[in-house]
Design a protein around this ligand. Structure first.
Ligand code: ATP
Ligand code: MG
Length: 303
């Protein structure tokens, strides 16, 4: 888990914290005093696509995703990893105040808890090949982007650093974490997804799919919701009005509130070999606007 730094943008030095690890998008710190009860998760402005971290970063992205994650945490009826005021946890450093969270450090379950309310992306590809996703057989004739009658839980094994996550069956997740935890992960994921989907729908947004991560509180043993939740990096959101307009082509109906703009631009300007080209300012601005639009739609708050 604590592997080498793998991206080009150097994480900031923060007083009282030691940089421990960087994912493609976030930087993790531990308290410099050696205590291991907490973790600082800093959302950078980096954007990744096709497994590359791109240049330049998207100013404001980290703050938007942190705000959205916090907004959802407040509305989800399950304990989460935010340390919160009065918990005795160290404060978020001033420099990263709007894009970081201090969390309780959990023993993470190595499962990416994916829930799909619609079939698209890698789930749709697996269905086309096999007629099933993660061992769940689905009716024939489903098309890319179709909503499923009931959301399905399609877990992935969180592979060690550098390896690709691997879709697994529920039975395989039982082998990995035991039947009790595997069942709790599935049930919590489906329950949170359904509540979030309904809330988003009230705001004209379709929550197509998302990924949760959970950990175990080392003191109480409780199941705790961790990582980021229901952000546009961990979820696919569609505009309900565009989705319903069947006169549009599929790409427009399923335009997600994320870095689709970046992916489309890269596809048109890069053959996928070597380093990807730098994003033009216009693409950076449009991508930020798209992230912000989702935030405003869901929360009703301006930013
Ligand atoms: P990727 O860039 O593909 O997402 P990654 O998942 O390794 O790679 P991040 O998502 O940036 O990188 O890093 C967050 C890491 O912190 C994940 O490994 C996640 O499981 C872990 N994590 C999140 N919340 C907690 C927590 N409360 N306690 C311990 N670990 C946590
Ligand atoms: Mg991650």
């Amino acid at each position: 888990e604590n592997g080498p730094v793998t991206n080009s943008t150097t994480p900031p030095q923060l007083d009282g914290w030691l940089h421990r690890y960087s994912g493609k998008v976030r930087d993790l710190y531990v308290p410099a005093d050696g205590s291991d009860a907490h973790l600082l998760v800093v959302a950078s402005n980096r954007v990744s696509a096709f497994d590359h971290v791109l240049e330049p970063p998207i100013p404001g992205k980290g703050a938007l995703l942190t705000a959205l994650s916090n907004w959802w945490f407040e509305r989800i009826d399950l304990p989460n990893h935010l340390a919160g005021e009065g918990s005795g946890a160290p404060a978020v450093p001033e420099e990263v105040a709007d894009r970081a969270m201090v969390t309780r450090r959990l023993d993470m379950h190595p499962i990416e808890c994916v829930v799909r309310g619609a079939l698209t992306g890698s789930g749709f590809a697996e269905y086309q090949r096999t007629g099933a996703v993660c061992g769940i057989e689905l009716p024939s004739g489903i098309e890319d982007g179709d909503l499923l009658e009931t959301p399905i839980y399609t877990p992935a094994y969180k592979a060690p650093l550098g390896e690709h996550d691997e879709n697994i069956t529920f039975e395989r997740s039982v082998e990995l974490v035991g039947v009790e935890v595997a069942t709790a992960l599935r049930d919590a994921s489906l329950r949170i997804f359904t509540a979030a989907r309904d809330l988003a729908a009230e705001r004209g947004v379709i929550l197509a799919d998302t990924k949760f991560e959970f950990g175990r509180d080392p003191e109480t043993g409780a199941l705790v919701l961790a990582d980021e939740v229901l952000t546009s990096d961990s979820s696919r959101y569609w505009d309900a009005e565009a989705y319903a307009d069947t006169s549009r082509d599929r790409a427009e109906r399923l335009a997600s509130f994320d870095k689709q703009i970046v992916r489309n631009w890269l596809r048109a300007h890069w053959d996928g070999t070597g380093e990807p080209p730098a994003l033009p300012d216009e693409i950076v601005e449009r991508t930020y606007a798209r992230y912000r639009e989702l935030y405003t739609r869901l929360t009703g708050l301006e930013r």
